[in-house]
Design a binder for this molecule. Sequence first.
Ligand code: BES
Ligand code: MN
Ligand code: ZN
Length: 495
Amino acid sequence: MKTTIERRAAVQLAQLETEALVVIAAQLAAATSIDAVNAATGGAVAELFASGEFSGKALETAVLTRPAGVKAKRLVIAGRSAALGVLELWRLAGTITRQLKGKGVHHLTVVLPEGVGAEAAAAAILNGVASANFEPDTYKSDRKPERRIDTLTLIAPQSASLPALDTAVREAAIVADAHLFARELANEPSNRLTPTIMGQRAAAMAQAAGLECELIGEAKARELKMGAFLGVSAGSAEPPVMMVLRYRGNPSSKDLLAIIGKGITFDTGGISIKPAANMEMMKFDMCGGAATLGAMQAIAALKPKINVLALVPASENMPGGRAQKPGDVQIAMSGQSIEVLNTDAEGRMVLADAICYARQQGATHLIDSATLTGACVVALGHVNSGVFTNDEAFYQIFQRALERSGEKMWRLPLDQEYADQIKGTVGDVLNTGGRWGGAITAAQFLQEFVGDTPWIHLDIAGTAWTEENKPWMPKGPTGAPTYTLIELVREMAGR
Ligand code: BES
Ligand code: MN
Ligand code: ZN
């Protein structure tokens, strides 16, 4: 998508030739732009509000086709809340895109709303439109990829600084590409995205982006004694791959942020097999890994002053003659022994060895994203991702990243009493802590491998996928938490 930014006075809006001109305002006289288009149309906008057909609330839109007095083919009036921020603006841009792209509209012109920082607004709108261009129909014979917005024009007030806005737009386009990359990977079925193929895709991305990439295969993983990682793929005909990507943006610093993403290309549950109903969903179990790779693609292009190591442990969790069985004990790379009570608790096992490897490589900060537990979906639904941390200072930086990304997350606790639930009988640690507090005991398991390294764990089981169409997004992979990972890196690099 090509995006340009132009400065225009409100009185010039009526002269813009475009397929759709979008003006955002909750009511008449709420912004100079809405008043200007109302005046140009001889009061058509005032009439729209007065008719009761349009109340101006958040995410509400009305389309006036070929209104007299303006050159645009369509005038889109969009409502807003008083507290309009990144998330609402992103959703609004996506909603308008999805409404219009099916109607042959390819060009949008959006007037930046008042009361929101121009750079943040431009980035949110660009990302909302780009994200809504995505359709999950990769393998449909009659897909219509041409139904998309391919030109976006953003209109800034005369007072805005163009160089700052140009930078914001250029960087937002990088973020949008990364988000799309993550969703396309996540959407691939498991027969077309095995750990091997995922590794190849990561290597190709790294090559194109200028990142270092190393693929740790089964033999090397065995040398490294990654017993937890290897246990998960033991029942599969597909060999596991641990992807390792490196970005060195601050060679003089010893700080190293490790981003780790769960990469289970399919989770049958293994010998503790899942019920058949909805099992097809489990191709999504590599969404954390996809977001990690997407974030790395963006980091390579944004070039923040920071060192980043990305790890994606990819495996297929299958039953089979060589599969690990309940009661088996695996020795993790760290030397800790794991009692596998349930082979369906596989994500934490592949992550344990990735965390250990990251620390061995010198990671000073860790963040992992994983579709880790159904229990997190029970706790937070499909609205918020779960966040866990062992470090308040790191969490404060993370919260600033969340404000910028607009992604919804909610903190859950860690506590020794939950850790007590996973104390082993035969080995050091159990891979499940029983029925209660399942999202927390999974996080506690990871913490056993983190030691004293500042760490954040994101449980994205409920947020990485939407099972229903949203006005701003079709059902399918959401891309979460790609935006947040990118913003965290920028925040840590001092932007
Ligand atoms: N990938 C699943 C988590 C999951 C389950 C995500 C349902 C979305 C919907 C994970 O590997 C898993 O199976 N977790 C188990 C853990 C349990 C065996 C302790 C779960 O949540 O049931
Ligand atoms: Mn599982
Ligand atoms: Zn899983």
